[in-house]
Design a protein around this ligand. Structure first.
Ligand SMILES: [Zn+2]
Length: 301
């Protein structure tokens, strides 16, 4: 069987053929299409099922990088806040090359002060080319999983995690886990923790809430900094399908039409809405949608 190549290609005859996306909607389309190419390549590698397309997946290399005399001008079209997880290589996930993305990576993609500072740097100094800011969470995130353990078993957590650095990451994620838990209780009912699916569901919903909350915070920061034309988006990477989606249904079909980045919530209620939507998506079939009893008795004369 022949190899299945993922290639960075520079065309000397047309070195500038990879033009910058002119606006945020185009930037979003470029990222989504890049993820479709990447996930298609991985799927083909994993399945060994060659499709009817040539078995080469090509990422254009930007002409700005090949000037021998001078360092290239930094010209990313998107700022990405992603997790440090080695299985989520940001440029590859979005099918991009060097100088396309300004990437900030930290465990749990938490929006710590230094991360916000890096993003503010990009907004201040690279506004000419930056069209969008993206928060990328991912399923099976170790930082979120540890935070869920700490949330559910705080005494054990206090004994295990002595490092102040690790604690700060877990504490940054705590609010998202609480919001996710509240949403699961509203959708599944007060007995939610008794279901064996609860633990994994809490991790999954927390990942999405964390990405949504960071996107909301970044949206507010982008507005405050006066760059109203820059869009803030978010999504969650599935390490089985290698696709970015929002909402991130782990049971959704693998079809490429499902690749999408969502716009950042416009307020706290938007984060609550996505938490409840995710709680509904991961609700097991045997768990009925919770309908609290009407408080009629209290209002009756
Ligand atoms: Zn992670």
């Amino acid at each position: 069987m022949s190899s299945i190549d993922y290639i960075y290609r520079y065309d000397p005859d047309n070195p500038e053929d990879k033009s910058l996306p002119p606006d945020p909607p185009t930037a979003r389309q470029v990222l989504e299409e890049g993820n479709r190419v990447y996930s298609r390549w991985i799927e083909e590698c994993r399945s060994h099922q060659l499709n009817d397309q040539p078995n080469q997946y090509i990422v254009p290399w930007h002409g700005l990088l090949v000037d021998i005399e001078h360092p290239p001008r930094q010209a990313p079209f998107a700022v990405i806040l992603g997790c440090a997880d080695a299985r989520v290589p940001i440029e590859m996930v979005f099918g991009q090359a060097s100088n396309d993305l300004f990437v900030v990576r930290v465990a749990g993609n938490v929006l710590a002060n230094v991360c916000m500072g890096s993003i503010e740097y990009a907004l201040s100094n690279l506004a000419e080319t930056v069209k969008c800011v993206v928060v990328l969470g991912h399923l099976n995130c170790g930082a979120v999983t540890d935070t869920v353990k700490a949330y559910l078993h705080p005494a054990e957590y206090a004994m295990k995690i002595q490092s102040t650095g690790l604690r700060s990451i877990v504490q940054s994620l705590f609010t998202s886990v609480k919001l996710a838990d509240d949403a699961i209780h509203r959708i599944w009912g007060p007995d939610a923790p008794r279901h064996h699916e609860y633990h994994d569901a809490l991790i999954h919903v927390s990942v999405c809430v964390n990405a949504a909350q960071s996107a909301l915070d970044l949206r507010n920061e982008v507005k405050r900094s006066g760059h109203k034309e820059i869009e803030v988006l978010y999504g969650v990477f599935n390490m089985v399908t290698h696709q970015v989606r929002m909402p991130a249904d782990p049971r959704a079909p693998r079809g490429e039409p499902h690749v999408n980045l969502a716009h950042a919530p416009r307020g706290a209620s938007g984060v609550t809405n996505i938490a409840e939507l995710m709680a509904e998506i991961v609700r097991p079939k045997h768990v009925k949608r919770y309908r609290p009893a009407a408080k009629a008795a209290a209002s009756q004369p």
